[in-house]
Design a binder for this molecule. Structure first.
Ligand SMILES: Nc1ncnc2c1ncn2[C@@H]1O[C@H](COP(=O)(O)OP(=O)(O)O)[C@@H](O)[C@H]1O
Ligand SMILES: [Mg+2]
Length: 450
């Protein structure tokens, strides 16, 4: 059941209870009281008059003749047709009905059965009154006065009918109004649902308008912020993936070029020298060529070592993180003799998971690359400290800093962040014209824990 119909139903039920049950019970109770009072007062009056009639007739002999009794005209009850709330019957001495005030009364419109049922036994406490009629010491008959609420009930029904009709109409009109206004008030919910569905289908540009209701308006604001964030982060992700692919491609291209240019050339040289040895007439000539091969082979070893180093820091596996880092920093320092590097490492890192080790290595490597490319720094401080639960790494330079709000063209910082977040760590960058400090916190995942 929709919210709109539900609200409508609840309000309808409440309204119904108040109007019909509350108002109805009150009206009916009132009506019962009225009927009783009306009938009681009529009964007193009628009995009073009948009593004096009986008295006077019992004394006069003429009207009490048997002929009058059997024709039922002693009391001429048909003249009392207008006493509507009482049924007055005259029975002769043998119990036969001789006269009644209800014989040829015009019937009123009968109220519906349920209404009569509610008025049922309204006259229960009112007794049927009987008066024996004597004449000269003999019973000639009996007058029976019975309360008869039917006419009064019908009359009250006529009155209530109008009221009920009005209440019914009021009920319908109020219901229509509520349906309309609830529908109007809830219309923004349809927009919210539609926007959510749109988002689910991947239409990330979907936004909600401002609504009048403050609650809905703040839902709309929050939705828009969320959609914005989602749109941006998906775009970022796409960018990052594309850049990752690009970086991989570039790296492959470089490797291919180096393999072709350097190794290819050297292999050609070896090939030529080897041929020379084969063709050599004197031992001197072959010795010369052999020493040339030796030299080229040494150069090739360096090249292969460099390439492997780039593909994967080899020292990490062989000698552990501390030495691999020392080698990295030393190599960097060799290329940047004018920059002072202060490097401090504390703790034992052997038992850490490889993912953590390689991340620390790559983070420092990227920071050093950035400093040499962008910072124009004079001093660098690198701290690496292992605590029982976490590892803290900070790389600080006194270079020119950068504007973090400008989207970088490169992928280095974003890649660093990705690596750290993948390990559920934290990365914080503080930068100003006085320098840049990158602080990283990583969890101490031990080998095989990840
Ligand atoms: N230590 C630093 N000092 C000054 N600028 C920096 C530093 N590190 C990064 N930057 C700035 O942040 C930008 C983004 O760096 P990065 O994501 O590594 O991309 P890239 O190095 O390929 O340009 C750089 O272009 C540079 O402007
Ligand atoms: Mg970079």
């Amino acid at each position: 059941m929709t919210l709109k119909i539900r609200i409508n139903l609840i309000v309808s039920i409440l309204l119904f209870l108040t109007l019909i049950v509350g108002g109805g019970i009150f009206t009916i109770k009132n009506a019962r009281g009225n009927i009783q009072a009306e009938i009681a007062s009529t009964a007193i009056l009628a009995l009073h008059m009948l009593d004096s009639e009986i008295l006077s007739y019992s004394l006069s002999s003429g009207r009490m003749s048997p002929a009058n009794v059997s024709s039922g005209s002693i009391f001429q009850l048909n003249r009392l047709m207008d006493i509507r709330h009482l049924k007055i019957d005259f029975y002769d001495a043998r119990g036969r009905l001789r006269d009644s005030n209800k014989k040829n009364r015009t019937k009123v419109d009968a109220p519906p059965k349920w209404f009569e049922a509610m008025m049922d036994n309204v006259t229960d406490e009112m007794p049927i009154t009987k008066r024996k009629v004597y004449n000269k010491g003999h019973i000639v008959g009996e007058l029976v006065v019975t309360p008869d609420p039917s006419y009064e009930i019908a009359e009250i029904w006529e009155e209530i009918k109008g009221q009920l009709l009005f209440i019914g109409l009021f009920f319908i009109v109020v219901n229509i109004l509520i349906y309309y206004f609830v529908g109007r008030a809830l219309r923004p919910i349809d927009s919210v649902l539609k926007a959510l569905t749109d988002l689910e289908l991947g239409h990330l540009t979907t936004r909600l308008p401002k609504f009048n209701l403050p609650e809905l308006s703040s839902i709309s604001d929050k939705f828009n912020v969320m959609a914005n964030t989602l749109e941006e982060s998906i775009a970022d992700n796409r960018n990052l993936t594309q850049q990752l692919i690009q970086v991989q491609e570039d790296e492959r291209k470089n490797l291919a070029r180096e393999l072709h240019d350097e190794i290819g050339q050297h292999l050609t040289a070896i090939h030529i020298d080897a041929s020379a040895i084969l063709k050599a007439k004197t031992i001197e000539v072959s010795k010369q060529s052999a020493s040339a091969i030796d030299q080229v082979a040494r150069q090739m070893m360096d090249i292969v070592h460099n390439i492997l180093q780039r593909l994967r820091p080899s020292g990490l596996d062989q000698f552990g993180l501390e030495i691999a880092l020392q080698e990295l920093i030393n190599g960097w320092q060799q290329r940047h003799k004018d920059i002072v590097v202060k490097y401090d490492v504390r703790g034992v890192f052997n038992d850490l998971d490889e993912s953590i080790l390689i991340t620390i290595y790559r983070l420092i490597q990227e920071c050093l690359t950035n400093i040499s490319r962008h910072a124009q720094a004079k001093n660098i401080q690198i701290y690496l400290i292992k605590y029982p639960e976490t590892i803290e790494l900070s790389i600080e330079d006194d270079g020119k800093g950068f504007d973090q709000t400008v989207k970088p063209g490169g992928f280095g910082l974003a890649g660093m962040r990705e690596r750290v977040e993948a390990l559920v760590g934290k990365l914080d960058i503080k930068t100003s014209p006085e320098g840049t400090k990158i602080s990283i916190e990583l969890p101490c995942l031990t080998r095989g824990e990840k």
